[in-house]
Design a binder for this molecule. Structure first.
Ligand code: COA
Length: 323
């Protein structure tokens, strides 16, 4: 992807929020449903439990409202809503329309579907709208994969779950947070991970694993190169939360120690579009990101897609939110 032109209007994240359904499904619960064990799931994936239930609109409204409250932005002043989801509540209209209404927004709203890479796709799209004049954009990543998971298939039932994460992006004077980005897709690999309309997820786990590591590393490397930074400069990597062994393997190849990765999958499972904003919010809430830190977001998913971005947290030193 070409470098970001100089002097475009930049943006920073000024609020974030998350939502997880109340119902928790532990590995021990899964032992009662399919032929598996807590030990196997923990060792092979890093997942201990996941949240299931709720709708894409309902979870998005919860996380979006929390992000708006934290930023202090008047919902009526939001210029656009971008909702990343691969599990909309209806085929038509987009789930973002109902979310826009329930949050009291008065702006355009649309869904983005790039599977588990979708939140980064949506965030890049939102920065593009800010470069073109928008001042405030709400970006939400939500998935309700429990609805398209075959709970009798141990191959997939151990992985997928529901959740939502949101951020408010505001235009700034001076340099914004986005230093570089990369979006990739390879439609020839769609056969390894898909769900037909009205059906459940089909997955070739081994092939997805193999490709996931490669495309995450490729995308992250492109973003680091575009930003002119190295792995040593990255304070925190916020990866897609699919399998801790994928994260470990990608970090090893990138030369980033696991201590510098944010992981929440042990308690959330794979929440697709929600996984990166959930892991980002967790890191922020635990004080793991400070102003000026370089944060690498990197995801991969069905498509197969990959996406990454380098953020300088808080933007440049003279970044002040535009009124
Ligand atoms: N519980 C217990 N045993 C299981 C099992 C389960 N849920 N699933 C498979 N096994 C068994 C297999 O039958 C096999 O047994 P065998 O050695 O006697 O033949 C053994 O465990 C190893 O199976 P394998 O399929 O090689 O496991 P794996 O290490 O590849 O792990 C995944 C399977 C699905 C966890 C892993 O491939 C993965 O995470 N892939 C990526 C999936 C992904 O990220 N999808 C979302 C992308 S956004």
């Amino acid at each position: 992807m070409p470098a970001i032109p100089a002097n475009v209007r930049g943006a920073v994240i000024t609020g974030w929020g998350t939502a997880l359904p109340e119902k928790v499904l532990t590995n021990h619960d899964l032992e009662q449903m399919v032929d598996t064990s807590d030990e196997w799931i923990t060792e092979r994936t890093g997942i201990k439990q996941r949240h299931v239930g709720g709708s894409t609109v309902g979870l998005s409204v919860q996380s979006g409202r929390a992000a708006l409250e934290m930023s202090g932005v008047d919902p009526a002043s939001i210029d656009a809503l971008v909702l990343s989801t691969t599990t909309p509540d209806r085929c038509v209209p987009a789930s973002s329309a109902a979310v826009q209404h329930e949050l009291g927004l008065r702006c355009g709203a649309f869904d983005v579907n790039a599977a588990c890479s979708g939140f980064v796709y949506a965030l890049v799209q939102a920065h593009g709208m800010i470069a073109m004049g928008a001042k405030k954009v709400l970006v939400i990543g939500t998935d309700t994969l429990a609805r398209i998971t075959d709970w009798t298939d141990r191959n997939t039932a151990i992985l997928f779950a529901d959740g939502s994460g949101a951020v408010v992006l505001e235009a700034v004077e001076g340099p914004g947070q986005l230093l570089s980005w990369d979006l990739d897709a390879d439609g020839s690999a769609e056969k390894y991970l898909y769900s037909d309309i009205g059906s459940t997820i089909h997955m070739d786990g081994k092939e997805v694993f193999r490709r996931a590591v490669r495309i995450m590393v490729d995308s992250a490397t492109k973003s680091m190169n575009h930003a002119g930074v190295t792995a040593d400069d990255v304070a925190l990597v916020v990866p897609h939360q699919a399998n801790v062994r994928i994260i470990q393997s990608a970090c090893d190849k990138l030369g980033i120690p696991m201590e510098r990765a944010s992981t929440v999958l042990h308690r959330t499972g794979n929440t697709s579009s929600a996984s990166i904003p959930l892991a980002l919010a967790d890191a922020l809430n635990n004080g793991r990101i400070q102003r000026g830190d370089l944060v690498l977001l990197v995801g991969f998913g069905a498509g197969m897609t990959a996406a990454s971005a380098i953020l300088r947290w808080g933007g440049g030193t003279d970044a002040a939110v535009l009124a």
